[in-house]
Design a protein around this ligand. Structure first.
Ligand SMILES: Cc1cc2nc3c(=O)[nH]c(=O)nc-3n(C[C@H](O)[C@H](O)[C@H](O)COP(=O)(O)OP(=O)(O)OC[C@H]3O[C@@H](n4cnc5c(N)ncnc54)[C@H](O)[C@@H]3O)c2cc1C
Length: 515
């Protein structure tokens, strides 16, 4: 008797759910490497996505490597060369982005309606089969294939592939099914966004506005060109004030009350609606691979909690996923072990910086300390006026050019000490129980008094904040010691390895190394 081994049949090597920047970029990389790819999205393109639309220098390098900067219309998208910070309506700093060797010294503000369409077009031209208007409704990963249940207005049907990539954004169905639960509350942020025409002021300047009423969140105004701008507000869900305002109401109020923002919008008219959107930030404890399945971009939670930036991580994780899959496709091994290098890459590139960002967000998340942070920001302003390098660092952090660890350098000597003492205090205090919460050493007398009275008013909420801060400090400490043991610099996504991989040389000494 002759036995014939039947090869399982597949609709594609890889199915990618979600055609945002992560999914479409992964489709480009994989098809260029010879894989057959189906790119599914529940929407039809061009489609809007609620975002600040800022595409930082690191993301521009990734887009360039996909040939997108050569596409028709890309060069006409708006360039941002400067960043300005305001506190309570007062101008704090306005600086050009810092010069870092091998990086563009500018970003772009590209409405997602256009940006995502550029990347989907690139994926289509590279040979990906783009299926618009199809949702991933479920999947089953088995021994030799993944069965993907796709749905559109006509019904449900099944597609088979060797590997599934979940690039379906912050409310990812793939992530929820893979992990068996939704992300925890502390990873969630909330934001709202609106477009305006007839905006005053320079088209090449990104504005970020802090104020007592919005802190620890912030507003932004990012010009999209021709006097138009994207205006929004972002804040950690846990720090959302205990009133019933929606994100849209809150943004409306800040546009009226913040003198600097109101000045830029003096003659502006709203285009369309103010729209709210949730964000999920990075949590290293949640898995991003399992057998035959991996998550990239927002589906993997790759958003920086400090500045809300996610496009560069979406594009980077797409490339890292494709690089991991090359040997898997060759050797027909899609086991969790074979996919693990992707998770390790994400962790080594991002975990330290994300841990530090989260610690900063957690510490500033306590409203009792708002006067301390606002006061410290004003000290930063005074120093920035005198010191150009220092001011460049501040604008570089907000442009996503410099890693979050530089945020501590910025606040070094002022709030830096407070951050460190708050972090260690949080650890000891969380462990010492309610009596320790009113104790000394939290930074300022005002902050200390307020913390003690907060603890008395809402002991459970206060304990939760302290434990959160303690957990962040411990996570950061463990990352710092891992990095020290490994003898590598503390997590920079803009790594020498990446830049040399793109053939644009190693980054030079950043002008801000002296801090
Ligand atoms: C208000 C706000 C402001 C922001 N500002 C910035 C900024 O200025 N700069 C920056 O870098 N980042 C910013 N971000 C973050 C940025 O928007 C995200 O990090 C980025 O969109 C991630 O890309 P992605 O491809 O992973 O996900 P997405 O862009 O969300 O794309 C996911 C895609 O999956 C599709 N999809 C969802 N579910 C399914 C399904 N079941 N089946 C098929 N398709 C599905 C969706 O239609 C969508 O097209 C902001 C986010 C918010 C909310």
């Amino acid at each position: 008797m002759v036995y014939v081994a039947l090869k399982p049949s597949y609709d594609a090597d890889v199915i990618i759910a979600g055609a945002g920047p992560a999914g479409a970029a992964a489709a480009c990389h994989l098809t260029r490497a010879g894989a057959s790819v189906i790119l599914l999205d529940r929407m039809t393109f061009p489609r809007d996505k609620v975002c600040g639309d800022f595409v930082g220098p690191s993301a521009l390098i990734e887009l360039d490597s996909l040939g997108i900067s050569e596409m028709d219309g890309f060069a006409r998208t708006n360039i941002a060369r400067r960043a300005a910070l305001y506190i309570d309506g007062e101008a704090l700093i306005a600086r050009p982005f810092p010069m870092i060797e091998g990086m563009p010294s500018f970003g772009r503000v590209i409405p997602r309606l256009a940006l995502d369409n550029f990347i989907v077009d690139a994926a289509r031209s590279a040979g990906a089969r783009v299926m618009e208007g199809y949702s991933l409704a479920g999947f089953a990963a088995g021994g030799d294939a993944v069965a993907v249940e796709a749905a559109n207005s006509k019904g449900h049907f099944t597609l088979r592939c060797r590997q599934l990539i979940g690039a379906d954004g912050g409310s990812s169905t793939v992530a929820r099914l893979m992990r068996g639960s939704a992300p925890p509350r502390r990873d969630r942020f909330i934001a709202s966004r609106a477009y305006f025409a007839n905006v005053e002021g320079p088209d090449d300047q990104l504005d970020v506005y802090f104020g007592h009423s919005s802190f620890p969140g912030y507003c932004w105004l990012f010009p999209t060109g021709n006097g138009e701008a994207n205006v929004g507000l972002g804040m950690a869900l846990e720090t959302w004030p205990a009133h019933n305002r929606t994100p849209a109401d809150m943004l409306r109020r800040l546009m009226r009350d913040d003198a600097a923002l109101a000045a830029r919008l003096r003659n502006a008219s709203l285009r369309g609606k103010i729209v709210g959107w949730p964000l999920i930030t990075y949590n290293h404890r949640l898995p991003i691979v399992s057998g035959r399945v991996m998550l990239i971009g927002d589906a993997a939670g790759l958003i920086n909690p400090l500045n809300g930036e996610g496009i560069q991580y979406a594009l980077l994780s797409a490339r890292w996923a494709a690089e991991t899959l090359a040997p898997c496709l060759r050797e027909d091994d899609f086991s969790a072990r074979a996919l693990a290098p992707f998770a390790a890459r994400v962790e080594s590139e991002m975990r330290y910086d994300m841990a530090l960002s989260r610690l900063i967000v957690q510490l500033i998340g306590n409203r009792a300390l708002t006067p301390l942070w606002i006061g410290a920001s004003k000290i930063i302003a005074v120093r920035a006026h005198k010191d150009a390098n220092y001011a460049s660092t501040v604008s570089g952090i907000f442009a996503g050019l410099l890693p979050a660890r530089d945020a501590l350098k910025v606040v070094g000597g002022t709030v830096g000490q407070a951050v460190r003492s708050l972090a260690s205090k949080a650890v000891t205090t969380a462990l010492s129980g309610p009596r320790g919460w009113a104790g000394p050493g939290v930074g300022t007398a005002q902050g200390r008094f307020q913390l003690a009275s907060d603890a008395a008013k809402d002991p459970a909420g206060f304990a939760e904040w302290l434990i959160g801060a303690a957990a962040c400090a411990i996570e950061l400490g463990s990352q710092a010691s891992r990095n020290a043991i490994a003898g590598k610099p503390k997590g920079t996504v803009v790594s020498a390895q990446k830049l040399s991989g793109l053939g644009i040389g190693l980054p030079g000494k950043i002008a801000t190394d002296d801090f």
